[in-house]
Design a protein around this ligand. Structure first.
Ligand code: FAD
Length: 302
């Protein structure tokens, strides 16, 4: 379903993020729990794309399997670094043929010096290209693909100047993005302040909050690496440190923190919550349970 239709149906969206499994065991374990995710009835799910295209086939395969074998509505991520216009055109044509309605348009990691030149220096260039693709009428939906872009409440490491960074976010919106999905964060005040700064910059499209529950100490360290610049509040680190020898307790603390974040964001009128699942259903289910809901639609009741 086109994101504009999802947004007009769901006053608060919920979405879950998956990555394409690397091997048969990974595929089996994801599809073993897929019914858990279906039962929660998210507005949509999204599927990551390996930087530089190293998961190109697997991302496509997972999107097609989710679309044809489940009740979930998948949005593929697409990174443009190290891709030519022809590469992107081919990928978009394939998704259009499969009836995929939306794309999350990203740059991905910056091209490594000396590697294949990219036709797309920044995500805004990809958004523009998708809009041009849409205007050619290749997609069965006359609107073409709905387009999401990434936003960074606590800044993006490549652009320390936050005013300039906001200009770059605005450029993606001006090129035609329909929604923004945020980088994960643990401090709601950072997200809320950034949302206000987006408004001040004239950004009016919906912003979805990226929430990733900590489920292990190793996971916490990996998050700090992947989401460079994300602040881990002392209160959260103290709570994790207290129980670091007890894996189950660490997971409980992480889920509790993520639940509190979701509750406060919902109270604050957040437009959408995007949960990074790492292909496991337990933490997402526990957050729903803590929120007192079984399905996403219950979040939308007054
Ligand atoms: C929700 C979400 C999902 C993600 N999914 C994936 C994924 O599936 N696969 C993956 O590899 N990565 C993924 N990422 C990571 C993302 O690709 C990287 O963080 C990347 O470095 C930034 O991507 P972007 O789309 O925001 O790029 P851009 O918007 O191009 O921004 C990248 C940097 O360039 C700067 N910039 C933008 N325009 C200009 C300009 N005109 N001149 C100078 N500087 C400029 C920006 O300020 C920023 O610092 C995801 C991130 C988020 C938040």
């Amino acid at each position: 379903m086109h994101i504009a239709d999802i947004l007009s149906r769901d006053s608060v969206t919920t979405s879950f993020e998956f990555f394409p499994p690397k091997n048969d065991a990974g595929w089996d374990s994801l599809f073993h729990v897929i019914a858990d995710f279906e039962r929660m009835q998210p507005s949509f799910v999204s599927v990551t794309y390996g930087a530089g295209g190293n998961t190109r086939t697997r991302t496509h395969e997972l999107v097609v399997r989710l679309k044809t074998q489940t009740k979930l509505d998948p949005i593929p991520h697409l990174t443009c670094a190290n891709h030519t216009k022809e590469d992107i055109e081919n990928i978009l044509t394939q998704y259009a043929q499969c009836g995929v309605s939306n794309i999350l348009a990203l740059r991905g990691d910056a091209p490594i010096a000396g590697s294949t030149a990219s036709d797309f220096p920044h995500a805004a260039d990809l958004v523009k290209f998708i809009r041009q693709f849409n205007s050619r009428g290749t997609h069965s939906d006359p609107r073409g693909f709905g387009i999401g872009v990434a936003g960074f409440p606590e800044g993006h490491p490549d652009t320390p100047n936050t005013l300039v960074q906001m200009d770059h976010l605005r450029a993606k919106v001006d090129e035609g993005a329909d929604y923004i999905c945020s980088q994960l964060f643990f401090d709601n005040s950072a997200f809320i302040d950034w949302q206000e700064r987006c408004e001040l910059a004239g950004i009016r499209i919906p912003v979805m909050a990226g929430i990733m529950p900590i489920t292990s100490i190793a996971g916490l360290k990996r998050m700090a690496e992947l989401a460079g610049g994300t602040r881990f509040p002392a209160k959260l680190l103290r709570a994790v440190k207290r129980c670091e020898q007890d894996a189950a307790a660490v997971e409980r603390v992480g889920i509790h923190w993520a639940t509190e974040q979701c509750m406060a964001l919902l109270d604050h009128g957040v437009r959408g919550i995007h949960l990074y699942t790492l292909n496991k259903s337990e933490a997402t289910q526990a957050i729903f349970q803590n929120l007192g809901i079984q399905t996403s639609s219950q979040l939308r009741q007054p």
